[in-house]
Design a protein around this ligand. Structure first.
Ligand code: KG4
Ligand code: ZN
Length: 339
């Protein structure tokens, strides 16, 4: 079975072809990032995002067909991100996918964006096996999930306010860094000295698996104001302190979730999963607790079409039939635990 996957929930247009045949797997994937377009506005402009997705879908489809050497007629199903995300951006991918599936007379498979992230480590050469615990940390979500199998997800804990990526982005802005702030803040933190600036560890001792990151951002704002005019070294020290605080909370709660689940595998997914310090700390602590940690390949940490093609293919393989192509709706807000 050859599944086309389309991602358009935010500021990346992703397209991929995944084959479930023996020796298949991910045959081709292509991505267009809108980061440069949104940069001058300091964040994603939804209307511009939608218009750009429209420009990109056809060339990206042509590219994955050419790269894989497959024809349009060989596609057996079209998977696409149905939500959550920006309504207009989702509509572009959904309309394109449903139109294509209708023309090809194949089923369509609406996919939950976070399910794509959760399953993305399965694209690695050394994938985890079900069941596992997943730490899902993206721009819009921070959740700990127990993943029993495809479509079987139990929420163990989540953020009560800002998502981890959102906290990175907002704090980066306070420090005068460009959107998207996560990677920029991580780079600045490299020059920061440990423990020079003290920041709180929100909810570290809350006894549950929930997070709260908005207070951390406020604490950074207070430090920036106290230190004004701030030197380059002080900015780096604050970035370091922020990253250390958020990483410590994420590592501690993830390990607790794994211990509570009785499982031995932790999967890290979503954009913040690309953070090198998070990976260093998780590897060090999990190693001591004999927990195996799995990350998606770097290119599949942030939004991409490969994870959507994979999620669609796994759903079809698990016996789900897809839906007849045609009528559709997007779901800008959609909890993963709600089918
Ligand atoms: O999963 P993703 O690409 O999109 C969403 O579904 O939200 O995640 C994007 C988020 C952004 O907030 C971005 O700043 C953050 O992931 N991010 C990082 C890093 N790379 C991306 N945060 C910290 N360190 C990084 N290296
Ligand atoms: Zn995402």
């Amino acid at each position: 079975m050859l599944v086309l996957g389309i991602e358009s929930s935010c500021d990346e247009t992703g397209m991929a072809l995944y084959s479930t045949a023996a020796g298949g797997g991910l045959l081709a994937h292509a991505l267009h990032s809108q980061v440069r377009m949104h940069q001058e506005y300091g964040g994603v402009v939804p209307e511009l995002a939608s218009r750009d997705h429209i420009r990109r879908v056809v060339p990206l489809l042509r590219q994955v067909l050419a790269d894989s050497g497959r024809s349009l007629a060989a596609i057996d199903a079209v998977a696409y991100t149905q939500g959550p995300g920006l309504a207009g951006a989702l509509l572009v991918g959904a309309a394109f996918a449903e139109a294509l599936a209708t023309a090809l007379e194949v089923p369509s498979v609406p996919v939950h964006h976070l399910e794509g992230h959760l399953l993305s480590p399965l694209l690695s050469p050394r994938p985890p096996r079900f069941p596992f615990v997943a730490l899902l940390v993206s721009g819009g979500h921070s959740q700990l999930m127990r993943v029993i199998g495809v479509g079987q997800y139990e929420l163990m804990g989540e953020t009560l306010d800002d998502a981890a990526g959102e906290a990175f982005d907002k704090t980066a802005k306070l420090l005068g860094l460009d959107y998207p702030g996560g990677p920029a803040l991580a780079a600045l933190a490299e020059a920061g000295r440990p423990d020079v600036v003290k920041l709180p560890r929100p909810m570290l001792k809350s006894g549950d698996l929930n997070f709260s990151f908005s207070g951390l951002k406020t604490a950074v704002l207070t430090r920036v104001r106290e230190l004004a005019p701030i030197s380059e070294q002080q900015r780096a020290d604050i970035a370091r302190a922020f990253q250390d605080a958020i990483v410590e909370v994420l590592v501690s709660k993830s390990l607790r979730a794994v211990a509570m689940s009785g499982l031995k595998q932790l999967v890290v997914a979503g954009g913040v999963g690309a953070n090198a310090e998070l990976r260093r700390q998780l590897d060090a602590h999990a190693g001591r607790a004999r927990i195996a940690v799995f990350y998606p390949e770097f290119e599949f940490c942030t939004d991409n079409g490969a994870m959507i093609a994979l999620a669609g293919a796994l759903r079809l393989q698990a016996g789900q039939s897809g839906k007849p192509a045609g009528a559709f709706a997007v779901r800008p807000r959609w909890p993963l635990t709600c089918s």
